[in-house]
Design a protein around this ligand. Structure first.
Ligand SMILES: [Zn+2]
Length: 180
C-alpha cells in the first residue's frame, strides 16, 4: 500500500488529510481546498454489512486541482515519488496560494471588525437619542403637575418606558404619566 506522510511534503507547502480510502493534498493550512485527491484503498461490501478493504499498489488519481486536469489524469496510477514530485513542482503555487489565503483571511477579519464597530456605534447613538428624548420630555413637563396611573390622555412613563414591573418612582410603578 502506498503511504505518504505530511512531514514528507510540508516543506513544499502542502498539507494532507488522510481517510481510510483516500489522501487529499492541499496547500498547508487550507484544508478544504483539495489540489489532489488520491485513492490508496477501496472497500468491497460482503454479505451486505461486512466490508473488505483492499489496498492499492499505487495511488490512483481521483481528482486534480481543476476539472481540465481531473479529466486528463483521473484514474491514473501514480507512485509516492510522483506525488512528492508534484508537490515540489507546485511549491511556488502552493506558497503563493497560502500567502493569498492569509491576506483574504486578514481582510475578512478587518471587515468583520468594521461591521462590529459600526453596529456598536449605531447602538450608542440610538441609546443617546433615547436618553435625549427622555430628558426633553421631562423638561417640557417640569413645571406642570404630574399625575401617575392610567387615564385616556396618559403617556408611557418616560423614565421606565412603561415597564411597570420595574420599581419606578416617577410613575409610582404604574407605567403611565400624564400632566395637568
Ligand atoms: Zn415609570
Amino acid at each position: 500500500m502506498p503511504t505518504l506522510y505530511e512531514h514528507e511534503i510540508e516543506s513544499y507547502g502542502f498539507g494532507l488529510n488522510y481517510t481510510s480510502s483516500n489522501i487529499q493534498l492541499h496547500p498547508k493550512g487550507i484544508n478544504n481546498e483539495v489540489w489532489l485527491d488520491l485513492q490508496h484503498s477501496f472497500y468491497t461490501q460482503l454479505f451486505g454489512y461486512k466490508k473488505e478493504i483492499t489496498q492499492l499498489k499505487y495511488f490512483k488519481i481521483i481528482s486534480h486541482r481543476n476539472q481540465a486536469y481531473t479529466q486528463k489524469y483521473k484514474g491514473r496510477n501514480v507512485s509516492k515519488e510522483w506525488v512528492i514530485g508534484y508537490c515540489k513542482h507546485n511549491q511556488k503555487n502552493a506558497d503563493n496560494r497560502i500567502k493569498e489565503y492569509e491576506e483574504e483571511e486578514k481582510l475578512k477579519h478587518k471587515q468583520r471588525k468594521a461591521i462590529q464597530e459600526a453596529r456598536q456605534l449605531h447602538k450608542e447613538q440610538e441609546q443617546k437619542a433615547l436618553q435625549q428624548a427622555e430628558a426633553n420630555a421631562l423638561e417640557i413637563h417640569k413645571h406642570k403637575e404630574k399625575i401617575t396611573g392610567y387615564r385616556p390622555d396618559a403617556a408611557l412613563c418616560p423614565k421606565c418606558r412603561g415597564d411597570a414591573l420595574r420599581h419606578c418612582h416617577y410613575c409610582e410603578g404604574t407605567g403611565w404619566v400624564s400632566y395637568a
